[in-house]
Design a protein. Structure first.
Length: 301
């Protein structure tokens, strides 16, 4: 098979591992810098050009689109879909997962466990929104934040109100979420491929930090998930429409709650913590499912 991967940094661990796994299995693998693609949006003849050459003959595309270039990255991916190239994750599904508010609304619609989450436009409604979230301590999140950036823990209602008013005064959209104290600064990342969890790790935040992101000094260890946690991760992936994703969960007193569904999960932490060949399983999934034109959306939506 001829496989394209949309990625800006070919040297990242995840991207090197996917390339290695594909080439080990005999595939022709190309890493394409998303921002260097340009498109001819012609009637019935969609084309993509890269470094002056037309991209042709690809069977599948792996989108590893950075959050900062979501808009352009999804446009390029939709063009591949219109060219009937099979996407590991479809553009519509990635768009859903990147919109924190929309993703929470969809997960709530399907009855998936979530922390109490509130959202408002007017900073004058801060006290009402805080009350709906159960009061301080409360987690305040930028809708555009990634890797723990733009996530604040407010210990008191007064500090929460100050943070909310500061963000809203700057025109920044935020969510307020219940703080799951019993999680103890530990979260779970489950890697879903197809309809099952293939690997999972627990991430512990650096000392003094309630965020458990590995990019922020957290550590990872292998973990055994309960049947309920496995089912929750698979249902969350299905709700988003993602074939491959990382589902981040907390262990609350009333069961697992989903914090985020990541359409381009990093592989380094989970592969090193579990010793499992996640990259190989992703390539294997593409081999089994990359039938020409089998994308559901074909660039729609």
């Amino acid at each position: 098979m001829k496989i394209a991967m949309l990625a800006r940094n070919a040297d990242l661990y995840s991207h090197r591992r996917l390339k290695e796994a594909a080439e080990t299995r005999g595939h022709d693998f190309h890493i394409i810098n998303t921002l260097r693609c340009y498109m001819n949006i012609a009637s019935r003849r969609p084309e993509i050009y890269y470094n002056g050459e037309k991209l042709e003959g690809f069977n599948a595309v792996i989108p590893r689109i950075g959050a900062s270039i979501t808009y352009y990255g999804l446009a390029v991916l939709r063009q591949f879909e219109m060219m009937r190239v099979y996407p590991l994750n479809e553009s519509v599904a990635i768009g859903r997962s990147r919109d924190k508010l929309r993703s929470m609304q969809l997960l709530a619609r399907d009855g998936i466990g979530l922390p109490v989450t509130t959202f408002a436009h007017d900073p004058k409604q801060t006290e009402e929104v805080l009350e709906l979230a159960g009061g301080a301590p409360v987690v305040i999140k930028l809708l555009e934040g990634t890797q723990g950036i733009g996530v604040v823990l407010a210990d008191t209602n007064r500090s929460a109100k100050s943070v909310v008013e500061a963000f809203r005064g700057a025109g920044v959209n935020i969510l307020l979420q219940e703080f799951i104290k019993e999680a103890g600064g530990i979260d779970i990342r489950a890697i879903v491929v197809g309809n099952r969890v293939i690997a999972a790790m627990k991430r512990t935040g650096a000392e003094g930090d309630f965020r458990s992101n590995l990019h922020r000094g957290g550590s990872a260890q292998v973990i055994r998930l309960s049947p309920e946690e496995r089912a929750t991760a698979v249902r969350a992936a299905k709700t988003m429409g993602l074939n491959v994703c990382g589902v981040d969960m907390l262990r609350a007193n009333h069961g697992p709650v989903v914090m985020e569904v990541n359409s381009s999960p990093g592989l380094e932490g989970v592969e090193k913590a579990t010793g499992y060949d996640v990259a190989g399983k992703i390539i294997e999934y593409i081999e089994k499912n990359a039938n020409k034109g089998s994308t559901k959306t074909k660039g729609k939506g």
